[in-house]
Write a protein that binds this ligand. Structure first.
Ligand code: 2HG
Ligand code: ZN
Length: 474
């Protein structure tokens, strides 16, 4: 710590309390990395404010001192958006203490929350009114609403309910200079000029800090049908997606793809999860499909069973397991959610989060596999994700555990090969995880020109000194 930093630390302690300005290296360490330990930085301190007023005062003091601020949620991101750089001069602002539900309007189906509440806690509160906050991500127990909004998180229910952006009705934001914008409106219709909230959603804390939000809820489904289906190939998977969307549009909430190599990876590293679903390393590509019904009757199940039967007769599926209990349904999702962890067990992973128009997914899988194989034989594609959204996590694991180090060194070349295929298919190199620090250069390359200029102009307008989450996004 420099001497010049001392007056700022003293002033911050006066705002939030001495115990809530962490400077001791051991206390600070968790705030300087992400859940994977993939990104590491150094901070001047971590500040834990307990109210919007304290956030505002913290930002005002940082502005006065010319100090950078890194807003941080549950640190569950995959692109290092909440991790400081290694200068050791930034203030990390973690909103974990701001974890209250402000209000719930059952008639309007909206909930107003502090940004530091976890997604799981917000969902649990909505459930007390038989309502559902339909954002389904594996990290819901740690991910904070502020981070979910800051990254415009996607997840497994986007097919039906859209990205986080679609569910945010109002926001409260503290601007870089400490002013508070109160946009906590809960209106379905509000055509009043530029939709400012959309600027902050997905801006990853580079324009201001989200401290509160009003979110749209939907009725809790009365009945859920979940199926786990080994599928013949990716074209068959798309044929099934098309037929199920046409027949059950409103009810189809998730259509997830897990490639044969990914299935084999879970069977190897999480055999207990695979055996409950009778899955082995030989099972092949699989789909996890879920429907949510507003009526409790079993009728819908019969229609879905019939449609899956037709898919079997058409030669698209080799089997279909329909969950007969909540335990079985949970086992199917546990299998799906285990992928990231199984990949961690397998050594270094190269993470990619790409999307293309859904009909082009077969081209993406084959062309990118060929392109990366030409770069190196050491990278094994581990492809899975939200097929219904055209979003594939086109990840790579080491072909054998010993080549983990080589894979890390080859990462830039692998990612470049993949992204150029994605570009040629009119896709996006960042579908749902955001830009963070990992994809800043990629954004500059693929959004060069007017798009990048506009983004930079907005950034300069709101944060002229580039103190908000510097080195992220633009
Ligand atoms: C998922 O869909 C998440 O499971 C994480 O977006 C993806 O770990 C990943 O690469
Ligand atoms: Zn995902």
């Amino acid at each position: 710590m420099t001497l010049a930093a001392e007056p700022l630390l003293t002033a911050l302690a006066a705002v939030v309390g001495t115990d809530r300005v962490l400077t001791n290296p051991a206390d600070l360490a968790p705030y300087e990395t992400d859940w994977r330990g993939h990104f590491k930085g150094k901070a001047l301190c971590a500040v834990l404010p307990g109210s919007t007023a304290e956030v505002a005062e913290t930002l005002r003091l940082c502005a006065q001192a010319g100090v950078a601020v890194v807003p941080q949620g549950g640190r569950t991101g995959l692109v290092g958006g909440g991790v400081p750089n290694d200068a050791g001069t930034a203030v990390v602002l973690n909103l974990a203490r701001m974890n209250k539900v402000r209000s719930l309007d059952a008639m309007a189906m909206t909930i107003a929350v502090d940004a530091g509440i976890t997604l799981a806690a917000a969902r649990q509160h909505a459930a007390t009114a038989q309502l559902n906050l339909p954002i389904l991500i594996g990290s819901e127990g740690s991910a904070q609403i502020g981070g979910v909004i800051g990254t415009n998180a996607g997840g497994s229910n986007v097919l039906r309910y859209g990205m986080t952006r679609n569910l945010v009705m109002g926001l409260e934001v503290v601007l870089p200079d400490g002013r508070i914008w109160n946009g906590m409106r809960a209106l379905t219709k509000d055509n009043t000029g530029y939709a400012l909230r959309h600027l902050f959603i997905g801006s990853e804390g580079t324009l201001g800090i989200v401290t509160g939000a009003v979110l749209q809820l939907v009725p809790e489904p009365q009945r859920t049908t979940t199926a786990f289906c080994p599928v013949v190939d990716i074209s068959s998977a798309l044929s099934l997606l098309d037929s199920l969307r046409r027949a059950h549009f409103d009810a189809l909430v998730a259509f997830e793809y897990i490639s044969a190599a990914t299935v084999a990876l879970i069977a190897k590293y999480r055999p207990e999860l695979a055996s409950t679903l009778s899955v082995t390393t030989e099972t092949g590509d699989c789909l996890l499909i879920e429907f949510a019904h507003m009526r409790a009757s079993e009728e819908a199940d019969a229609a879905i069973e019939a449609d899956l039967g037709i898919a079997f007769e058409n030669g698209w599926l080799t089997d279909a397991l329909i969950a007969s209990s909540e335990t079985q349904r949970k086992a199917m999702w546990a299998f799906r959610e285990a992928i990231s962890f199984a990949q961690n067990d397998a050594g270094y992973s190269v993470k990619n989060d790409v999307s293309v128009p859904v009909a082009r997914i077969p081209d993406l899988l084959s062309e990118a596999t060929t392109a990366v194989a030409a770069v190196t034989p050491l990278a094994q594609p581990i492809c899975y994700g939200h097929l219904g959204d055209g979003n594939i996590h086109f990840n790579f694991s080491p072909a054998t555990p010993e080549v983990s180090g080589e894979l890390r060194a080859l990462e830039p070349a692998i990612v470049a090969a993949l992204n150029s295929v994605v570009q040629s298919l009119d896709g996006s190199f960042s579908a749902e995880h955001g830009i963070g620090q990992a994809k800043v250069e990629t954004l500059a390359k693929f959004r060069a020109g007017m798009e990048l200029e506009l983004m930079r102009a907005i950034k300069t307008l709101l944060d002229p000194d580039n103190r908000m989450n510097p080195g992220k996004v633009v």
